[in-house]
Ligand binder design. Structure first.
Ligand code: NDP
Ligand code: 2IT
Length: 445
């Protein structure tokens, strides 16, 4: 079979799932030359066919009662993609856009990402088409309780360990954990991202954003450059965006943009530590809109626009999939942006990624650059198993070392003949080898 036939087969088996196909096409394009050559045995063992078919997909009804006493119905998902490396692991997303195709692409990507961490973690993802925006805390709690009543059948510390993602943060993990404990009668590490006072890990909240900046630091260090003085553009204003901004500022970079689904703010003076604390309170406590920043700090607000036309040395898309298209990539190239580091999962469209790679920008795919979140979830699982608590410094040091190792693995497998690093190829091959070796060792599964 050639590459085109293989992709055609995946397409035919998964109709109407564009995001899933996009993720598969990227991985297969990276792997194909390797599979024809030193990776031949993986092709012969049918590993690629197996890895493009998830272990199982669960979909369920979530009925709950809103503040008006009306019954509302949503759909919940959990896709357990591949369990050869450890218990299934990956986030839960609550957003109206969540569907089968999006859950599948995320679970597929998660499998390679988790492999890159070198921790014992299988790949999974899930969520619901529930929109937490505008809902009261009580409504969110009732939704989480109903969702977990069903999900609790399928998870557990040695089975599947969900965490947060878009729309699922500390508040939601608290309600989900409470209901899991009530359903099972067990206080155990069946979820990560828990509060630090009740089984959570230090640094898990910060980990994805911090990890992305550690990765960016490594990329620039390979060119004998640091982040100090660099202009950084960030999209999103949620968990990943906030802590990417925090670490970038701490390392002396100037963060000039953040955004939400309504528009972006541009602060040419730079978002400093105090302004970032204000954004955290706006987003995490008041659940307000980013436009309010422009009124508070006399910055620009661009309704309905994305930040990529602003001049920046480092672009960090930290909102959602396909948020950075070809025209955005053209604008970044035109403004001499040096690097794009994906805090979000698959934020660049295929056309944008193609252009970025052709033009030779430093380009870190999400499965490498945002792996710090799940890696620290892995450290939370370790602490739960040990019934131990590790201090902040220890966890941050471990996270930093894991991100350095992922960078090293990308370089090892992504170095071209010209000495340039293709991080996409490096991440895909390094993650694939770890999963594929385990799969072959465990038989025809
Ligand atoms: P949050 O819910 O905390 O924040 C999401 C941010 O992205 C918000 O600012 C939100 O704006 C914006 N956003 C969401 N959907 C859209 C959309 N369709 N169009 C434009 N903006 C949008 O999520 P996280 O920060 O946790 O996640 C962000 C990304 O990072 C996701 O791709 C996620 O999969 C990925 N990720 C998260 C990890 C984690 O540990 N949390 C780990 C690894 C990856 P608004 O509030 O207006 O909706
Ligand atoms: O996309 C991701 O890696 C996450 N949302 C975090 C998953 C986790 O289990 O911590």
């Amino acid at each position: 079979m050639n590459e085109a036939d293989f992709i055609e087969r995946v397409r035919a088996r998964n109709p109407n799932e564009p995001e899933y196909l996009q993720a598969v096409e990227e991985v297969v394009a990276s792997l194909w030359p390797f599979l024809q050559d030193e990776g031949r045995r993986y092709l012969d063992a049918g590993v690629l066919e197996r890895l493009t078919e998830g272990d199982r997909a669960i979909s369920f009804r979530v009925a709950w009662i809103d503040d008006q006493g009306e019954v509302q119905t949503n759909r919940g998902y959990r896709i357990q993609w591949c369990g050869v490396l450890g218990p299934y692991k990956g986030g839960l997303r609550f957003h109206p856009s969540v569907n089968f195709a999006i859950s599948k692409f995320l679970a597929f990507e998660q499998t390679f990402k988790n492999a890159l961490t070198t921790l014992p973690l299988g790949g999974a993802k899930g969520g619901a088409d529930f929109d937490p925006k505008g809902k009261s805390d009580e409504e969110v709690m009732r939704f989480c309780q109903s969702f977990m009543t069903e999900l609790s059948r399928y998870i557990g510390p040695d089975v599947d360990v969900p965490a947060g993602d878009i729309g699922v943060g500390g508040r939601e993990i608290g309600y989900l954990f409470g209901q899991y404990r009530r359903m099972t009668g067990r206080f155990e590490g069946a979820l990560t991202g828990k509060g630090v006072g009740w089984g959570g890990s230090e640094i898990r909240t910060e980990a994805t954003g911090y990890g992305a900046i550690f990765f960016a630091q490594e990329m620039f260090a390979a060119r004998d450059e640091g982040l100090e003085g660099k202009t950084v553009g960030i999209s999103g204003a949620g968990n990943v965006a906030q802590y990417a901004a925090e670490k970038a500022i701490a390392l002396g970079a100037k963060v000039v943009t953040m955004s939400d689904s309504s528009g972006f703010i541009h602060d040419p003076a730079g978002i400093d530590r105090d302004k970032l604390e204000w954004i955290k309170a706006l987003k995490n406590d008041r659940r307000g809109r980013i436009r309010e920043y422009a009124e508070q700090f006399d910055a620009e607000y661009h309704e309905g626009k994305k930040p990529w036309s602003v001049a920046m040395d480092l672009a960090l898309p930290c909102a959602t999939q396909n948020e950075l298209g070809r025209e955005d990539a053209e604008a970044l190239v035109k403004n001499e942006c040096a690097a794009i580091v994906e805090g979000a999962n698959m934020p660049c469209t295929a056309a944008a990624a193609k252009l970025i790679r052709e033009r030779g920008l430093l380009y870190a795919p999400g499965k490498a650059a945002n792996a710090g979140g799940v890696a620290t979830s892995g450290l939370e699982m370790t602490q739960n198993s040990q019934r131990m608590y590790w201090g902040r410094e220890r966890v941050e040091d471990e996270l930093h070392e894991i991100m350095r190792d992922i960078h090293r693995a990308c370089c090892e497998h992504g170095k071209g003949e010209d000495g340039q690093i293709d991080y996409v190829r490096g991440a895909n091959i390094a993650g694939f080898i770890r999963v594929a070796d385990a799969m072959i060792a465990q038989g025809a599964i």
